[in-house]
Design a binder for this molecule. Structure first.
Ligand code: HSE
Length: 433
């Protein structure tokens, strides 16, 4: 005899909420077989009426707090986003003894330490597979499948909108704003796409991945953060001509000096698998001492892909309401702080684009400043001057140097009379260390 249905409350009926309701309806029989019980949407929280939405037999409330107080609800699915109402809602649901599923990376990054501890005390689950990399099951992979490993690195493309924009700019030479509008229309971007562009969304996701990978508390401010807003079409082109693709990466790496956590546009050699991950796809690499290197690739945003992860969490809860381990891999009380490497000390290879006067001696002045700081040049490219400008773009790839050494060198170089003050600087990652 099958068990009683799992009653689900869905808060938020945007792209992901509606896709979740559709999957739960359209896959009802398969989900019943896989879960051993029906997954029933019993209550929907929608702050306004949507005449085109079909919520089946579910009760509908305008006040989302009603869902957390509904005694018939077993699991509250939070898909409203933000960190104020969503925080109060989840806290109330946990206090009411309900399991929680959320896609809210900002909320987990900011309040996850408290919320996971509260859930443990209350004996309920809080799950957030959909919060990182959309449809890729990276949370479960790190939390469960990698349990036997010491993880040394987790890195990847973890914002679908950003990857879509960079891909369209570099492969079709489309303008940034034009591609962003399309990403919004396709439901990839956040309600306010600033977080997709300035690296905040990827930083939230990286904080979650780092906590799972290294057993550290969540820290929303830990990642060094740089967005894609300053990546110019010229830089994409120069990088390509030197055999690189530019990707916006999140990297959390265990080093002898501590943990590096950083989000930034990055040049990657084009022969690396991750360099070919284009469009809205995300990719996450995980290095573990036992398994070696994994690369998970899949859609990082979009209604159905994200709802796939929400539903996976619901199936896990339905199968095992007693829980399948702590939300962050170890109990909240056992998460332990580790030193972070300050961004200015993080070394990497670098891409530099300068604009200089087209005259003799400039190249040697630039290379002298770099040599004085022990920054070795890997390759150098001088483009022809724009007609009549008398200025030439100079593109350099360097060997390893800490950020502070590189930025000091650039201050000196741009103070040379023949070099313009504006420059482009991006890290290069070959993932071969
Ligand atoms: N706006 C996010 C992205 C949605 O583009 O990756 C998925 O978290």
């Amino acid at each position: 005899m099958s068990q009683k249905p799992l009653n689900i409350a869905i808060c938020g009926v945007g792209t992901v909420g509606i896709s979740t309701i559709e999957i739960l309806r359209d896959q009802r029989e398969a989900l019943l077989s896989r879960s051993g019980r029906s997954l029933l949407v019993s209550h929907v929280g929608a702050r306004r009426e949507h005449t085109d939405h079909d919520y089946g037999d579910a009760r509908v409330s305008r006040d989302v707090m009603d869902l957390a107080r509904d005694p018939d609800v077993d699991v509250l699915v939070e898909l409203i986003g933000g960190t104020s109402v969503a925080y109060d809602l989840i806290k109330l649901a946990i206090q009411q003894g309900k399991h929680v599923v959320t896609a809210n990376k900002a909320l987990i990054a900011e309040h996850g330490n408290e919320l996971t501890a509260l859930a443990e005390t209350a004996g309920v689950q809080i799950r957030f597979e959909a919060a990182v990399a959309g449809g890729i099951p990276i949370i479960k992979t790190l939390r469960e499948s990698m349990a036997a490993n010491d993880v040394s690195e987790v890195a990847g493309i973890i914002n679908g909108t950003g990857n879509f924009i960079l891909t369209e700019m570099s492969t079709k030479r489309r303008a940034f704003d034009d591609v962003l509008s399309e990403a919004q229309a396709l439901g990839y971007a956040e309600a306010d796409p600033t977080f997709d562009i300035d690296g905040t969304d990827a930083a939230h996701k990286l904080a979650i991945l780092a906590s799972l990978a290294f057993g550290i508390p969540l820290s929303i401010d830990a990642p060094m953060k740089q967005g894609i807003q300053d990546v110019s079409p010229e830089d994409l082109e120069y990088a390509a001509s030197m055999g690189y693709r530019v990707k916006h990466l999140g990297i959390a790496r265990q080093t002898n000096q501590g943990i590096e956590m950083r989000v930034h546009p990055t040049l990657i050699p084009e022969q690396k698998q991750i360099a070919a991950v284009d469009g809205v796809l995300n990719a996450v690499m995980v290095s573990g001492d036992a398994v070696g290197e994994l690369l998970l690739v899949g859609p990082g945003a979009g209604g159905a892909a994200t709802a796939s992860s929400v539903c996976a969490d619901l199936v896990d809860i339905a199968r095992n309401p007693g829980g399948s381990g702590p939300a962050l891999g170890v109990p909240a009380s056992q998460l332990s702080e580790q030193a972070l490497v300050p961004s200015e000390q993080i070394a990497s290879e670098w891409y530099v684009r300068l604009t200089a006067a087209d005259q003799s001696g400039v190249m040697s002045d630039i290379t002298q400043v770099l040599a004085n700081r022990d920054i070795s040049i890997e390759s150098m490219l001088q483009k022809p001057p724009a007609p009549g400008s008398g200025k030439v773009p100079i593109v350099l790839l360097t060997h390893m140097a800490p950020q502070s050494v590189m930025t000091d060198a650039l201050s000196e170089i741009t103070a040379l009379g023949e070099v313009e003050p504006d420059f482009a600087l991006m890290r290069v990652e070959a993932f071969d260390r």
